[in-house]
Design a protein around this ligand. Structure first.
Ligand SMILES: [Zn+2]
Length: 142
């Protein structure tokens, strides 16, 4: 909770999107993407094998259009995967993945050179992985 409120108070003067539709519309100006417990992460794509289930297909596409995101809040979405477009968010400082179903943190995490705070608490992680050594300054909540 502290992470979320800190992230949001810090974000008060920034451009915030609270749905995928809003993020799509605001595009490059989005700095904070707040999708905690979001219905937008339940798949509605008839072509996707995860139709009706938690899915990252829409999130993946929208993140390709929002390269200036500094805060990405994805808690409580039953996610078992992180969309690969996250690794291209060069300005990302805060990543909240708490309360999901993640089993591993990919080595691509090392690409997030500006990351300051990562919340991975309440997932299904066995460990964090090798990338941890490359990101010394990240505050990790697990
Ligand atoms: Zn899908």
């Amino acid at each position: 909770m502290t992470l979320l409120s800190n992230a949001l108070s810090k974000a008060s003067s920034r451009v915030i999107a609270r749905s995928i539709g809003e993020a799509t519309r605001l595009g490059r100006s989005v700095e904070v993407l707040e999708l905690t417990s979001s219905a937008d992460l339940v798949c509605a794509n008839m072509m996707c094998e995860k139709l009706g289930e938690p899915c990252i297909c829409r999130l993946h596409r929208v993140l390709e259009r929002t390269p200036n995101v500094t805060t990405l809040l994805l808690a409580k979405n039953k996610l078992s995967q992180i969309p690969s477009s996250v690794w291209s968010l060069e300005k990302l400082e805060v990543l909240d993945l708490s309360d999901n179903y993640l089993t591993e943190m990919p080595h691509e995490m090392a690409q997030l050179g500006n990351l300051q705070t990562l919340n991975v608490s309440r997932n299904r992680l066995e460990g964090l992985g090798d990338w941890r050594q490359r990101l010394n300054n990240v505050q990790i909540i697990q």
